[in-house]
Write a protein that binds this ligand. Structure first.
Ligand SMILES: NC(=O)c1ccc[n+]([C@@H]2O[C@H](COP(=O)([O-])OP(=O)(O)OC[C@H]3O[C@@H](n4cnc5c(N)ncnc54)[C@H](O)[C@@H]3O)[C@@H](O)[C@H]2O)c1
Length: 315
């Protein structure tokens, strides 16, 4: 297939591009480099450095599909400056969909998020769990999901939304490099590497097996594979939604232990009160993705930490 990947210079997008190229697809990337990185080692990829809103100048009928990962994705910023998320995510995605329709591109895979569910308080979040985002970031992603449902029904687009939970790990040198970094594993690894003095554990009195919050972590290589399966499975006129989860979760303390073991570093950690709005448990059922896409994550927490650690040390 010939594919346009928006956000292909970012963490997850770059690994998706790597796998698409490895499977023999033709890949072009559209990225404005606001949080992405130039100079990635992805031979064969054609780069367009620009805004999603300029997709109309790139797309033409020779494209088979779009994988849309480009987004603003900081929850805190979305609360302080919601307008940035309405413009950067909702309006920009609408412009992208206009370009897709005009060019007659048939397939569309979208990076949605666990944030569309808010704090559902269920043991496992399924695709039927009611959506109730608690911040503009999640609301903006949910709005795009709704756009895709309507676009598929009205214009025959073959659309898939993949709802990611916690993504970690690296693929060779392609690693997480967010600034600010809000994710647990890269922040713990910075402490292990001596780049940061101590780790912070927010909340040790949750009703979980060790008192710390439980999240569902997926290796970025497993996650990227789901995009390839989604592109193949997409059906004209349908908008399919899949949670990408393992069905089991890992506590903050368990992640900390894995980081200590892999790095051989003490990783000093200081306990802090819970952060407002942080639910005790967010775990996804991946059953629908397993059934319909034939996709299941296979890589362990130790592998996520160890791949991320290797990549950090080699770059
Ligand atoms: N990392 C996670 O754990 C996680 C979890 C759930 C959902 N997601 C979603 O996955 C996607 C990728 O996340 P990531 O962690 O790789 O983020 P990232 O910031 O590393 O990548 C996003 C990329 O999009 C580009 N971009 C942003 N706005 C753009 C615009 N208007 N025009 C062109 N390019 C633009 C950035 O430069 C960057 O390269 C995002 O949509 C995010 O919301 C990520």
């Amino acid at each position: 297939m010939k594919l346009l990947v928006t956000g292909g210079a970012g963490y997850i997008g770059s690994v998706v591009v790597q796998q698409l190229l490895a499977e023999g697809h033709t890949v072009e990337v559209l990225d404005n480099l606001t949080t992405g990185h130039a100079g990635l080692d992805l031979p064969g990829c054609v780069w367009h450095f620009g805004e999603i809103s300029e997709a109309g100048t790139v797309l033409d009928p020779s494209f088979d599909g779009v994988v849309h990962l480009a987004a603003k994705s900081l929850v805190g910023e979305s609360v302080e400056h919601p307008e940035r998320y309405w413009h950067g995510n909702i309006v920009a995605s609408l412009q992208l969909l206009d370009a897709v329709r005009t060019a007659g591109v048939k397939r569309f895979v979208f990076s949605s998020t666990a944030a569309v569910y808010g704090e559902p308080g269920v043991e496992q979040i399924t695709e039927d769990t009611p959506t109730s985002p608690t911040n503009p970031y999640g609301a903006s992603k949910l709005a795009i999901d709704h756009m895709l449902t309507a676009e598929a029904a009205a214009h025959g687009l073959a659309a898939v939304s993949l709802r990611y939970f916690n993504v970690a790990g690296a693929s060779g040198a392609l690693r997480e490099r967010h600034d600010p970094e809000t994710h647990l594993i890269p922040n713990l690894l910075k402490v292990a590497a001596g780049e940061s003095p101590e780790a912070k554990i927010f909340g040790t009195d949750y009703p979980t097996r060790d008192g710390t919050a439980i999240r569902d972590y997926i290796h970025v290589v497993d996650l990227a594979e789901a995009h390839l399966r989604a592109l193949e499975a997409a059906q004209s006129g349908e908008h399919a939604i899949y949670n990408l989860g393992t069905g089991t979760g890992t506590t903050v303390r368990e992640i900390l232990d894995a980081v200590r073991e892999v790095s051989g570093s003490e990783v000093p950690a200081v306990e802090h009160p819970r952060r407002p709005g942080d639910p005790a448990v967010l775990v996804a059922s991946g059953d629908r993705a397993a059934r319909e896409l034939g996709w299941r994550p296979t890589r362990s927490i130790t592998q996520m930490v160890s791949d991320a650690w290797q990549a950090l040390q080699n770059t």
